[in-house]
Design a protein around this ligand. Structure first.
Ligand code: ATP
Ligand code: MG
Length: 456
């Protein structure tokens, strides 16, 4: 196979060149990189996005250094399709903007150029030095980086990246791969290794814990021991991350086809508590089964290239907490709808303190939850009004998931809603009549019984 011959070649070559120096996790600049020439690796331009190549070539034409970096290189080496392509250069964001008409500069903490080609965005980052080379500027008292705009060399840039497997550069000048941090070795051994001192790097940016989990889940790699130990010791740092940033990171964990593996790792590392405290607190067997099933379906839909609604995903991840609240509220004198409305609102409000879920997702999440009460009541012709509701499909899927995960007494309800979607209007009316009259009959029976017992 192409990839394995590539590895044989690289390993042989690297052994021949062995200097005996340990280049992995050196954490500071000034060491010779491992350079793998174009004929020693199988990374081909044919597999790269034409837009990324356009950007790389234009930077080269303007005499700037120009490399493909990050997930693009890592995933292609592993025979995967990269989600996006990132470019690194010595041109400043302003210089990049001058080269491309379709370019926007974004970010404060990390200033980047986005070059737009229809729906595809190529992210162009200027080489950066580590924050200590900037004399501590842009760093909070507890070591968190809040601004990261100190430009540096290719080598500086390699050492300030997060993991070794993400710090491989494909050089558009000679098509070689440049490896400063030992990323090739780690790809070969399937290891997620942080560059530099684990605790220091996690303090700088605690989101790297979630990124480690995400890449381990996506690539089926092992998290290297010192990183693993450091995550366990430093999970509390996640609480200091801006809640808006966490929203995006959580979506990345769950919306790229590896949701279940990510969830398992979040539980293993006790990270769930720092993202969804209420879920972690009320996660019983049924709740865990529910989330697991929801994530299996999410991964499957992504494989089938079907869309995923972030609202459904977040609604599912918080369901154990909502369910717990509804159970508590049912003991009070409230209608079923009120129970679900209050529970949903309460859980969402508390959740917003951990992750900033935008309103455009928060509103449909609450609708999915309250629809669970509406789907259960089926009074008169009400079900017919629910069928065309924009949130009906998601809420019905949600109900089926609840049944599948072992919530009791939902089988008849699920079957009823499944059938009503397949029959004509006349039949639908009969079905509605039947549930309503079925309930009345029972009521009458009860009253009769009560009267009888009163008289006897
Ligand atoms: P994917 O795009 O498949 O999610 P990726 O590795 O390309 O994975 P991006 O978020 O696109 O991840 O970031 C691109 C690159 O930028 C990374 O590979 C890494 O080198 C660097 N990077 C991103 N986030 C961080 C971070 N928090 N700390 C250090 N380096 C980072
Ligand atoms: Mg990327």
């Amino acid at each position: 196979m192409k990839l394995s011959t590539f590895w044989q070649r690289v390993t042989r070559k690297r052994k021949n060149r062995k200097t005996g120096r340990d280049v992995i996790n050196r954490g500071t600049a000034n060491s010779a990189p491992n350079i793998i020439n174009r004929n020693e690796h199988a990374l081909s331009r044919k597999e790269m996005s034409e837009h990324a190549l356009k950007v790389l070539y234009r930077l080269k034409k303007a005499r700037y250094e120009s490399f493909l970096v990050g997930g693009g290189v890592r995933d292609l080496l592993l025979g995967l399709h990269p989600k996006d392509f990132d470019v690194a250069t010595n041109a400043t964001p302003e210089q990049v903007r001058k080269l491309f008409g379709n370019c926007r500069l974004i970010g404060r903490r990390f200033r980047l150029a986005h070059v737009h080609f229809g729906r595809e965005i190529i992210e162009v980052a200027t080489f950066r030095a580590s924050h200590d080379q900037a004399g501590g500027e842009g760093v909070t008292r507890d070591g968190m980086i809040v601004r990261d705009n100190v430009y540096g060399t290719l080598e500086d840039d390699a050492w300030r990246r997060d993991f070794t497997v993400n710090a491989l550069y494909y050089n558009i000048y000679d098509f070689s791969i440049v490896d400063y941090t030992g990323g090739l070795n780690d790809i070969e051994n399937k290891v997620i290794r942080i560059i530099g001192d684990a605790t220091e790097r996690l303090q700088e940016d605690p989101v790297r814990m979630l990124r480690a989990v995400r890449f381990a889940a996506k690539l089926n790699f092992k998290i290297e021991e010192s990183l693993s130990a450091s995550i366990k010791k430093n999970i509390h740092l996640l609480d200091g991350v801006p809640v808006a940033r966490l929203f995006e990171e959580v979506l990345k964990l769950f919306l790229h086809g590896h949701a279940l593996a990510s969830y398992e790792l979040l539980k293993e590392y006790d990270l769930l508590k720092h993202l969804f405290a209420q879920t972690a607190e009320h996660l019983d067997e049924a709740g865990d089964k529910f989330i697991t099933q929801a994530l299996i379906n999410t991964d499957l839909r992504i494989k089938q290239k079907k869309p995923i609604a972030p609202a459904f995903l977040y609604a599912a991840l918080l369901w154990p907490a909502v369910r717990y609240q509804t159970k508590k509220l049912k003991q009070e004198d409230l209608s079923l709808l009120q129970v679900y409305q209050i529970a949903g609102q309460d859980v969402l409000e508390k959740q917003l303190k951990q992750i900033l879920i935008p309103k455009r997702f928060g509103i449909p999440m609450r609708e999915i939850w309250t629809m669970q009460a509406r789907l259960a009541s089926r009074k008169g012709k009400r079900p017919l009004k629910l069928l065309p509701h924009p949130r009906f499909r998601a809420s019905y899927d949600f109900l089926l998931l609840r049944e599948q995960s072992g919530e009791t007494q939902l089988k008849e309800l699920c079957d009823w809603w499944t059938t009503i979607q397949t029959v004509d209007e006349e039949q639908q009316l009969i079905m509605c009549k039947n549930v309503s009259s079925g309930k009345k009959k029972n009521k009458r029976k009860k009253t009769f019984k009560n009267n009888k017992s009163k008289t006897s």
